[in-house]
Design a protein around this ligand. Structure first.
Ligand SMILES: Cc1cc2nc3c(=O)[nH]c(=O)nc-3n(C[C@H](O)[C@H](O)[C@H](O)COP(=O)(O)OP(=O)(O)OC[C@H]3O[C@@H](n4cnc5c(N)ncnc54)[C@H](O)[C@@H]3O)c2cc1C
Length: 475
């Protein structure tokens, strides 16, 4: 097969890759791009997610910069009533498919190789192999390789449980839940990440009484309140108060426990049970209506906090720190795949390679778009690296500090580049700009923005103390 030549070879067509290419096409009219992915359709992990998955954060600032994802309707029923509607998995996939077809491919500047695997490179020549035909071909890259695979998302449909399941026990990945056609005496959800929360809420939405749900929560999470993330005229005040509360907490906290106490008191973060100290923070977003349902499962005695499941037998479940008797007529719903993985410790800009990592707190797609802008407009590699230092992914509560310190440091460097700031002020993926959509920028708005910026600067100045607090919590 003929060798391909291109400016950029992008591995992956997940959300990060799509956001990167979309911005690069706009900002660099000369760039030619080849994209490869093992999946047959753009969207990455959204192809493997369960059918009832929904975007947790607002669609208003998710997807690619050039094309709207949100339908700007409100939820009119359910536990998110009144909030901007949550984009469904199919809507997210359709967004990326539309962009691939009607923007990337129709531009004539993007070549897409679906069901293709990147095998590696030797002497600057890359090899990709079709998973269907089995043939490998070479790709000569004139400018850079873009690695958009670092998220390494694990979802239950692609990652089977690590615990053992005895014969006679029914245990399904949560993808199988909508296909269940008979009632079980008990439903046990294994895992307390966002997928586990989604499974519990789906069961309640579909009529299962809270008393018949058991939820294995190995580690309690800190969660964000969706009401704090609502753009527009009736959302911005609360969002500004939320930003201020986080910077206040960072400025005033005496240690990590005090920081989280302040974040909880101000409504910035929430937990399942006020009596149980969370040990994870993974940027999960829920509404208070959804949280109330999770709490009702706990009030009915359904939450099991005995560590991870080791094995499931027909009449008992064995966990790290004990066991629980089970009704033999239990449906186990596996949500134990860990979804987000630790990000590699590599720079974003390396000679000949761009690694798509985050440059803002829990914003992978906006980050990819910023990196593309910097690639298109900043020629000096050192300057590119200065503008784009990697922000780690969330895992432990202390990561709240690390992620904010790294985000604020990047933001301070961005402010030195007026062109980048001008672009950001209009970027659809920039939550800070989109939050004011439809809002008249009155003196009150300007005052509040000024106050937030001043408090953020104070929090930034306190970075060494905050980092010491985070390090102390790990020791
Ligand atoms: C249930 C769930 C809900 C989520 N909700 C949100 C949300 O509301 N907001 C948010 O910001 N994030 C959310 N996320 C995080 C989400 O993962 C990111 O938003 C985003 O989808 C990550 O995209 P990505 O492109 O970085 O990675 P991926 O989607 O994992 O894409 C990577 C792609 O690379 C391909 N690939 C890997 N190796 C190779 C190779 N060698 N050759 C070819 N192709 C390869 C893979 O096939 C894959 O398609 C959610 C995650 C989950 C699991």
């Amino acid at each position: 097969m003929a060798a391909i030549e291109t400016d950029y070879l992008v591995i992956g067509t997940g959300g990060s890759a799509m956001a990167f290419v979309d911005t690069l096409l706009t900002e660099d009219p000369e760039a030619r791009i080849v994209m490869v992915d093992r999946h047959h359709r753009p969207g990455g992990q959204w192809n493997d997610a369960y059918s009832f998955v929904r975007l947790h954060q607002p669609a208003a600032w998710y997807g690619v910069a050039s094309y709207e994802l949100s339908d700007w309707h409100r939820e009119t029923s359910g536990f998110n009533t009144g909030m901007w509607s949550l984009a469904s998995g199919p809507e997210v996939l359709s967004h990326f498919e539309h962009v691939m077809k009607h923007r990337f491919l129709s531009s004539g500047r993007v070549q897409w190789l679906p069901k293709c695997e990147w095998l590696g490179a030797e002497d600057g020549v890359h090899r990709v192999r079709s998973l269907m035909a089995g043939e490998a071909r070479t790709v000569k890259v004139r400018r850079k390789l873009v690695n958009a695979t670092h998220a390494r998302i694990e979802v239950p449909s692609t990652h089977p449980p690590k615990y053992t399941v005895a014969p006679g026990v029914t245990c399904i990945p949560l993808n199988g839940l909508p296909a269940v056609t008979r009632a079980y005496a008990n439903y046990t959800v294994v895992g307390a990440g966002k997928t586990g929360m989604d499974a519990c809420i789906w069961l309640v939405e579909n009529g299962v009484p809270h008393e018949r749900i058991r939820w294995v929560v190995p580690r309690d999470p800190w969660m964000m309140d969706r009401a704090n993330l609502q753009p527009g005229p009736d959302g911005w005040r609360r969002n500004f108060a939320y930003s201020m509360a986080q910077f206040d907490a960072m400025c005033d906290a005496t240690d990590l426990a005090d920081l989280f106490h302040r974040l909880e008191e101000s409504g910035a973060l929430m937990r399942i049970d006020p009596e149980v100290k969370p040990s994870t923070y993974r940027c999960a977003v829920v509404s208070r209506g959804e949280l109330a349902q999770l709490r009702r499962i706990g009030e009915a005695g359904g939450i099991v906090r005995l560590g991870r499941v080791r094995s499931i037998e027909p009449s008992r479940m064995v966990l790290d720190r004990g066991e629980r008797a089970s009704d033999p007529d239990t449906l186990y719903i596996d949500c134990s795949a860990s979804a987000i993985q630790p990000l590699p410790d590599v720079p974003i800009f390396e000679p000949g390679t761009i690694n798509l990592l985050m440059v803002r707190f829990c914003q992978p797609l906006m980050s990819a778009s910023v990196i593309a802008w910097v690639e298109a407009h900043v020629t000096d590699t050192a300057e590119q690296s200065t503008l784009c230092r990697a922000v780690r992914g969330p895992e432990r509560p202390a990561d709240f500090i690390y992620m904010w310190v790294e985000t604020l440091a990047n933001a301070a460097r961005w402010r030195q580049n007026p062109e980048l700031m001008g672009w950001l002020s209009k970027c659809r993926l920039n939550a800070q700009a989109v939050i004011l959509r439809g809002v008249e920028v009155t003196p009150e708005v300007k005052d509040k923005l000024g106050a937030i910026a001043a408090r953020a600067a104070q929090a930034t100045a306190r970075s060494p103390e905050l980092l010491a607090m985070a390090a102390a919590s790990a020791s």
